[in-house]
Write a protein of this length. Sequence first.
Length: 520
Amino acid sequence: MFARFGFGLLLGCVLMLVSGAAKGTEATDSTDSISTAIDQILSESWQRDGIAAAPTSSDAEFHRRVWFDLVGVAPPVWQVRQFLTDDDPQKRDKLVDHLLASPEHAAHMASRWTETILPADSLTDPIQNANVASLSQWLRLQFLDNVPYDHLVGRFLTAGGAGDTGPAIFYTSHSLQPEKLAAATSRIFLGIQIQCAQCHDHPFDRWTQQDFWSYAAFFSQLQSSESGMNRTPILEDRPGGEVTLPDTDTIVLPRYPGATSPPERDPGDHRRRQLTIWLASRDNPYFARAAVNRVWADLFGRGLVDPVDAMDAANTPSHPRILDLLADQFTTHKFDLRWLYAQLAKTDAYGLSSKVDEGERPPDDSFAAMQVKTLSGVQFYDSLQRNVFHRNDASPADQFNAASAAKAQFLARMRAPGASPRDYPHGLVQVLALLNGTETAMATNPIHSGLLSGIEAPFFDQDTIIETLFLATLSRPPSDDEAIRFADHLATAESQSTRREAISDLLWVLINTAECAVCP
């Protein structure tokens, strides 16, 4: 182990340099013109502010990026080889379309949205695994059918029935409390933080305590009753439920955020249904803007308004024309999420490198260079399973499956104590988990590693072995210097068994590089 660690330090220094460099009337219905309009607005801002944009990303950099962003896992080796040798000038756009139409994209979206929607304690509670998996599966089916975003949110906000299945778990995870549901839904779907006004008027924003409880009143009719031998909670809306201002008897009528008066009463007095109708209407100034800002952040590493759930008056967008354009066109295109992802992933800006040739790195909010995004524990684990263990059933959808005990244990080790499951900092605990963890030990053992056992085939020469290791872990071929250093290490092997150990050493080094843990 000491020899491996020493060798790792030597080769790791070379690879860390690579990773360190990485850190260094507009709206129309035309697909091309929307992406072009975004690029034009950005280009004008760079020229105005004297910002030099990063060069276009290499094919390998773009390929790894778009796979992680759209399907949540590193590309298989054969896909990398195929893409890098393809001379079709439209191959990037075609890849975007292919990935967006894949079942893996739906699974990835379900995983991301499950983490976004549910409280952190629900995601980490083993007792809740089956319930959380039920929500993830429900979301996967919505994304698989490309259900319009307004319809998806509408179904979510009007969910009823068994409180331990599908979207209903969102309500039971918040104990059916109107104030908790108001805080969560406004943050997730409207991009605004009104919960600060729960006890008093917001000290820095427009929201008053009356505003908060007026919005919470839309959830005041939701109640639960138990059914069956298992006493399963059943959710339903019962007319007559009201909320009052804290410490008073004053009943607060439902009112949309930003509105000055309550809406006309729903004929069936179904307040949650009334809320969903308003969400997708042109009268709602928040919904479309919050959605496109969140998607932008998914792809570019930060929102046009950042953070994405703090779109208050004081937190202005870096590029308001782009935000307005996308919100308008997203509504015009009937809230089609795949369409939105395609527009952004096909921009020149998304195709920029995360590496800057020389000079000062552009400001993050200029989007003149791509942000390097740290992989989530799920992305890292699934990529390891697919490309190193060769378990092709690895999928983000398994994240919330109670049967995936090994995955849950890995994610727990990769999570800092007390941190949200949405955060995966690479501190000492996480580094040691990779250096000495069970997964790394198994991944670098030919008995368990499909990758290592596969490259022992006699038709794999030394150069192909080294290239395959790089493609499987970093999604790119080695540089000339890296290839020489790796070949020198293999040359020290004096027998077949020591050669096998040397190849295992190389894989261990690659898995433990910073570059292996990022989306460029």
